[in-house]
Design a protein around this ligand. Structure first.
Ligand SMILES: [Zn+2]
Length: 456
């Protein structure tokens, strides 16, 4: 049994009827703006949980709900006057579905249009580019004035529509973009079994989970170092067009507590993440050269070595994952060895500076050669079971001035701070975002209905 599974996705299905509420209450509820509905549902949920649980203290912080501060990014382009004329009621619009094997020429031919018209449309930069990529099942709307083509409308994707119209001088085109609404959501969870389950339970998509792990991947080894009691909180965006969810947006601010140490990250307008003091989250080395979701038992504090059966017996860290799991370069550097021997199997060594060398052993496949420059995160090979092993795993070594160190705890060079010219703006944004995150967490912890009513 998992509370996380019983948890309704409030942010997605806000209008689900509530059993037990009177018809009048329901009617009243439905007249409320979405965010208020969400808050009411949240309150009800929290009360229900509080009633069901033996102790309020254990209220699971699995939680995801909308934040009623939407920002609208209107990307819509207004129609030029001549195109507005295309909306004229004398036009007769007829839909033409693209069939298997169709080209624009064949479709136009079916519509009784001349090669000259086809040529004229194809000469338009946007139309020429998009209409060569039409796919079966798509629809091109053709607007006729008598027998003459006067307008064309084609939905390029969920957001953009190509509009062509005709005036005295010929065809004109524009691409209309629907407004994307950015909605903010808050999610947090305490990890009890593993990070993935906790994040799913908190309402994060697979995509957002990997992004969240990516943001903290220079500080936390998500494959081996996550423990019960670790927790996270995040405010993220989702994109909506005309009220429909169309995709994940950015993580705006996040906090991750790992074994008692708390990391915070704020997204700045340059697309990068910085901690509260303005140092980049991106650092010279990833804590783990394997993405955590590949690692089979990433919640086992007593990891047995696949050969000796002992716990962490040697100068390295072992990641047990399926053969073929991509292995990443932990940092930028130069490949100083890419070879095979009977002990290491296929192995790759990377020199990152005069100080640091990383080593990757037992690979099933190497994808770099000696002397090659590699970037952090670049795939250098695939995990395997070559050399003296009894099971598939990556044996990873981290050397500082020739001495083996634990890559997950070793002190590493400070990351780059934000540019001086950006610092003031970042600090302002950072304080605002972190306050927002703290506020959401305090609401969750306090569980006081009054605190929730404060929300606009
Ligand atoms: Zn090993």
């Amino acid at each position: 049994m998992s509370r996380s599974q019983a948890r309704p996705a409030i942010n997605r299905k806000r209008t689900a009827p509530l059993p037990g509420l009177g018809r009048r209450m329901w009617g009243l509820y439905r007249t409320l703006p979405g965010p208020h509905q969400g808050l009411i549902l949240l309150s009800l949920f929290l009360v229900l949980v509080a009633l069901m649980l033996p102790s309020g203290k254990t209220l699971a912080a699995r939680h995801s709900d909308p934040i009623p501060t939407h920002t609208r990014h209107d990307l819509g382009l207004s129609l030029p006057p001549s195109l507005a004329a295309a909306e004229n009621p004398r036009l007769e619009w007829r839909p033409f579905e693209v069939r298997a094997g169709d080209s624009l020429a064949r479709l136009f031919d079916r519509a009784g249009l001349s090669p000259q018209t086809l040529h004229a449309i194809s000469q338009l930069p946007q139309a020429g580019q998009t209409l060569v990529k039409i796919m079966p099942g798509q629809v091109i709307e053709l607007g006729f004035e008598g027998e003459t083509l006067a307008a064309l409308s084609y939905a390029i994707d969920g957001q953009r529509t190509l509009k062509v119209s005709r005036d005295e001088s010929g065809f004109l085109e524009t691409v209309e973009e629907k407004a994307v609404e950015k909605r903010q959501f808050f999610a947090s969870a305490e990890i009890t079994s593993n990070f993935w389950n906790a994040a799913v339970g908190a309402g994060l998509s697979a995509n957002q989970i990997m992004r969240l792990a990516g943001i903290f991947g220079w500080d936390v080894d998500f494959a081996l170092d996550i423990r019960a009691g670790d927790h996270f909180a995040v405010i993220y965006e989702q994109d909506y067009i005309e009220g429909q969810f169309v995709g994940d947006g950015d993580i705006l601010v996040a906090e991750f507590s790992n074994q008692g140490e708390t990391f915070r990250a704020v997204r700045y307008s340059d697309g990068n993440y910085y901690n509260e003091t303005g140092n980049a989250m991106r650092k010279a080395f990833l804590r783990a050269p394997v993405q955590f979701n590949y690692v089979s038992s990433n919640f086992n504090p007593r990891r047995l070595h696949p050969v000796t059966g002992r716990v962490r017996p040697h100068n390295g860290t072992d990641y047990v994952a399926p053969v073929g799991t991509p292995i990443m370069a932990a940092g930028d550097g130069t490949v100083v060895a890419s070879s095979y021997n009977q002990y290491n199997g296929h192995y790759v060594f990377i020199k990152h500076s005069n100080t640091y060398v990383t080593k990757y052993l037992h690979l099933s496949k190497r994808s770099v050669r000696k002397g090659q420059r590699v970037r952090q995160g670049q795939t250098i090979g695939k995990l395997g079971a070559t050399g003296r092993v009894t099971g598939a795993h990556l044996h990873y070594e981290f050397l500082v001035n020739g001495v083996h160190r634990n890559p997950r705890t070793v002190k590493l060079p400070e990351s780059r701070p934000i540019a001086d010219s950006e610092r003031a703006a970042f600090t302002e944004l950072s304080e605002q975002r972190l306050a927002q995150l703290a506020h959401r967490q305090s609401i969750l912890l306090a569980m006081e209905p009054a605190a929730q009513e404060e929300q606009p």
